[in-house]
Ligand binder design. Structure first.
Ligand code: SF4
Length: 333
């Protein structure tokens, strides 16, 4: 059975973009891959300037949303990265086998470092920590969206380099496990859905709040009048139908759009129904967790203990392989 690892930034409560692009798939995978490891990667959230109080609230918001969205601590391991300090130890070890040039070439580093005057070394080392996150659990499968496949390359390289340098077959080469939902664009239809761009819908928003955002959302730009036939394949609302509605509804939406049987408002109302059906139980679970926050704390504590057990075993074996294991009189000869 493949071991799955995936991480998510502590960006506060989930929105439908990261729910559809990652977490919904995580929930399905925990059924087929018991023991899947899901991590809130809070060490990754400190490479830029930030407010500690905001970060604390966002870590909490993300952990709570993941549980509300259906991550089940009885099936999966959910934990906070900073509860397992072995991530940073393995990251240091990997910096010693990672060429500087490979890090400087990373697109994300080039983009982000161009925007700051003084570049924190953590920004450069970020992908090394990412490799450590995955390989610490010797995960062989990483659920990712299409646009993240290249992020896995460094982890695969690192695994190969470590095994070659020490003449072992210790780390697996983690493979991408493609998330079925295509990348969801923001409601403005222009950019990836992102909280900072304000073009998304929060997973815990009320039915009315969802409708207020859906109503003005971008559709097929060529469809000006209700009598104009639409092109579902270029419409972002249609992508959302595919994510939230069953096949029969989706087929009907496409037909109604192409024949101008429905206007875009009719179409959005059908989408709203599908969204409300899927998101209401999530919102209810979140309200329950708000009423009993100890459930979140217990889940994270249990997950942290399990993750740390695996991580300590890996670190102990890695130290042994590297000549850093415990020194004993017998071993010294
Ligand atoms: Fe998009 Fe629906 Fe309007 Fe067609 S009818 S353009 S799928 S919102």
């Amino acid at each position: 059975m493949a071991r799955i690892f995936s991480g998510i930034q502590p960006s506060g409560e989930l929105h439908i973009g990261n729910y559809l692009g990652a977490v919904k798939n995580w929930v399905q995978l925990q059924a087929t891959h018991p023991g899947a490891i899901y991590c809130v990667v809070d060490y990754h959230a400190i490479t830029g300037s930030y407010d500690p109080a905001v970060l604390r609230a966002r870590r909490w918001g993300m952990a709570k949303s993941l549980l509300a969205a259906g991550i089940d601590p009885a099936k999966a391991v959910l934990f906070m990265q900073s509860d397992v300090p072995e991530h940073t130890e393995l990251s240091w070890i990997f910096t010693t086998i990672t060429p500087l040039g490979d890090l400087e070439r990373q697109t994300q580093f080039k983009d982000k470092s161009a925007k700051v005057e003084s570049i924190p070394a953590g920004l450069l080392m970020y992908p090394v920590l990412q490799s450590a996150d995955i390989l610490l659990y010797r995960a062989d499968s990483v659920p990712v969206g299409e646009d993240q496949i290249q992020h896995l390359e460094l982890a695969r390289d690192t695994s190969r380099k470590f095994n070659l340098k020490f003449g072992v077959e210790y780390f697996p080469e983690p493979k991408p496990l493609l998330t079925p939902t295509r990348r969801i664009m923001g409601l403005d239809g222009n950019a990836k859905m992102s909280k900072s761009l304000g073009n998304t819908i929060g997973l815990l928003e009320t039915d009315d709040e969802i409708w207020q955002k859906l109503r003005p959302a971008m559709t097929d730009p060529q469809r000006v009048r209700k009598s104009d036939p639409g092109r579902p394949e270029v419409c972002n609302i249609f992508q959302l139908h595919k994510a939230f509605n069953d096949e029969t509804t989706v087929t009907n939406v496409a037909a109604q759009c192409r024949t101008a049987g429905w206007g875009c408002m009719d179409c959005k109302k059908v989408l709203l129904e599908g969204m409300v059906q899927e998101l209401t139980p999530i919102r209810r679970r979140s309200e329950d967790l708000d009423a009993e926050p100890q459930q979140v704390l217990d889940a994270l504590a249990d997950g942290g203990r399990t993750a740390r057990g695996i991580a300590q075993q890996t670190i102990s074996e890695v130290r042994e392989i590297m000549g850093l294991g415990a020194m004993t009189a017998a071993a010294l000869g």
